[in-house]
Write a protein that binds this ligand. Structure first.
Ligand code: ADP
Length: 400
């Protein structure tokens, strides 16, 4: 294919430069295509421009971008005109020209001139670009050459988009595999550690050559009890995470009174942590909601247990409001907070922030919480400021 000769198209150079610039500088490819079609309109007549992408086997063609300039009708409706030409261009890997079947009809919209150009990188065909002129003018060799030039530019854009998509997939896979590797070492540590304590203290208590006084025995048993709780929590989280992955986490929805559910959870938490201070605020009488009380309590317990772990010594403020039928529950602590770098990822499976390697955990808690709330058609989000604290908000829908 020949390169457009700048000397024969002096006015076009500026536009062509603008097109290339738009391609190299606009990251969002549909916006770049909008920019390009605006620029192309100034030097090239068309009613419709449609970009088709094809799968690697060239079996499925999909219109990924359609634009009508105003002379035609709607871009989406008219894009159907180009399908055959797009398919032919992809199959033949050549520019395809289709003249109107009924050139004598008075209705301009029934006389489409269609130009189809394959979008290819080396031997690989990525799709086709279609220009449609309703009622002419016919595509001259010079205008075809210009359209081919534009198509080569659009190919670059699509190719760059494809590379970006591939890179994104690889980056996600890379992140997941790294998290999984960290997870294996975290889990081995999290299982071995309490098991070591349990085994050690039990063996010590059972020693026949030593008599332990009652205070010491109770102290050792408390440690065994605590460590067993950690293991149990970890195993429950692992099972829930596996159930979530398999789509088998079951829910039993029923009418729930948030106020009494919250009071029950707080009472239970205070049994284990008598020094923990809760500031519960419920400014208005609450309507019941539909929820799974066991799973919802699990989420609240998890948020409380995180506050205990990551914001030790801090009060926990909980407010429940109802607005527009929605229930909004906020949990706030005044702990060290979560860094901006970690905050976007704390709901990811296995994610643990870099600052918490010495605190027990698996990176599964918030991931499970988020999914439980989503199963209630609700939302769970977090806000945090380093050295000020963290707050989690649960939004749950009300009765229809
Ligand atoms: P785990 O506690 O098992 O590490 P989670 O999914 O419950 O996993 O939490 C993910 C991360 O979010 C934790 O590693 C911690 O760094 C951070 N985090 C959660 N809650 C808080 C909180 N209240 N304050 C500070 N950091 C928190």
């Amino acid at each position: 294919m020949s390169v457009i000769s700048t000397s024969s198209h002096p006015i076009q150079v500026e536009h062509l430069y603008a097109i290339s610039k738009s391609i190299t500088q606009t990251l969002e490819w549909k916006r770049a295509l909008d920019d390009i079609s605006n620029l192309v309109r100034k030097i090239f007549i068309f009613d419709n421009l449609v970009v088709y992408r094809t799968d690697p086997n060239q079996e499925v063609m999909e219109a990924v971008y359609a634009r009508a300039t105003g002379r035609g009708r709607s871009a989406e409706a008219d894009s159907a005109w180009g399908e055959t030409a797009a398919y032919e261009a992809v199959q033949s890997q050549k520019t395809v020209l289709t003249d109107p079947v009924t050139p004598e009809t008075a209705n301009r919209l029934e006389r489409p001139y269609v130009l189809g150009i394959p979008l290819s990188v080396g031997p690989q065909v990525l799709g086709a670009i279609i220009f449609i002129r309703f009622g002419g003018p016919v595509f001259t060799p010079e205008s075809i050459e210009l359209a081919e030039y534009i198509s080569r530019q659009i190919t670059l854009l699509i190719e760059r988009q494809r590379i970006q998509e591939e890179y994104q997939i690889l980056e996600d896979q890379h992140k997941q595999s790294r998290l999984q590797q960290d997870f294996v070492s975290t889990i081995s540590h999290e299982l071995r550690n309490p098991l070591g304590f349990i085994k050690g203290y039990t063996t010590t208590l059972l020693r026949s050559d030593t008599q332990w006084d009652q205070v010491t025995q109770v102290e050792f048993l408390k440690i065994i009890d605590q460590e067993t709780d950690h293991m149990q929590e970890l195993i429950e989280n692992l099972l829930d995470s596996a159930r979530l992955q398999a789509g088998q986490l079951r829910f039993q929805f029923q009418l729930v009174r948030l106020e009494s559910l919250m009071n029950d959870v707080i009472t239970r938490a205070n049994l284990h942590h008598p020094d923990l201070v809760f500031n519960l605020e419920i400014p208005q009488a609450l309507n019941p909601i539909v929820a799974d009380p066991v799973r919802l309590a699990q989420v609240i317990e998890n948020l409380i247990s995180n506050a205990i772990k990551y914001a030790p010594g801090s009060d926990i403020s909980i407010t429940i409001n109802q607005e527009d039928k929605k229930s909004i529950i906020t949990f706030s602590d005044h702990g060290p907070g979560i860094s901006e770098h970690d905050l976007p990822f704390i709901f990811d499976r296995f994610y643990r922030s870099s600052g918490s390697p010495t605190i027990h955990g698996s990176g599964l808690g918030l991931y499970i919480c988020k999914h439980i709330i989503q199963a209630h058609h609700g939302e769970l989000s977090a806000r945090s400021k380093v050295n000020e604290g963290t707050s989690f908000t649960i939004i749950l829908p009300g009765l229809p």
